[in-house]
Ligand binder design. Structure first.
Ligand SMILES: [Zn+2]
Length: 103
């Protein structure tokens, strides 16, 4: 816990990181106690900027921003594309992973 608390990143980030690294039933309570008792966290937390608005509010039209990834379901591979504006999901079967496989 001391290792992931080194950066004094605040309660929320500390809990997120803690859940990635370890788990036991009272882990959240222990993290909360550690942050509440930390002078550095108390000092730094007051100066941290507010989280920016959700970037989806700035997307103006469909497919202005997409997320994509390749899903392997052996032996098939699929290109998963998500429109960040509408969250529409498109799945395309890939015949190959070469750049010219769209034919
Ligand atoms: Zn701290």
């Amino acid at each position: 816990m001391d290792l992931i608390h080194k950066s004094h990143m605040g309660m929320v980030k500390y809990k997120q990181r803690g859940r990635e690294v370890f788990f036991w039933p009272s882990v959240d309570a222990e993290i909360e106690q550690k942050v509440q008792n930390c002078q550095v966290c108390a000092t730094v937390q007051k100066g941290q900027p507010q989280e920016p608005l959700n970037y989806k509010n700035f997307l103006r039209f469909p497919f202005s921003e997409i997320a994509a990834n390749i899903l392997g379901f052996q032996p098939q591979r699929f290109l998963i594309t998500v429109d960040m504006y509408s969250t529409f999901i498109q799945v395309s079967k890939l015949n190959s992973l070469r750049s010219n496989c769209g034919d």
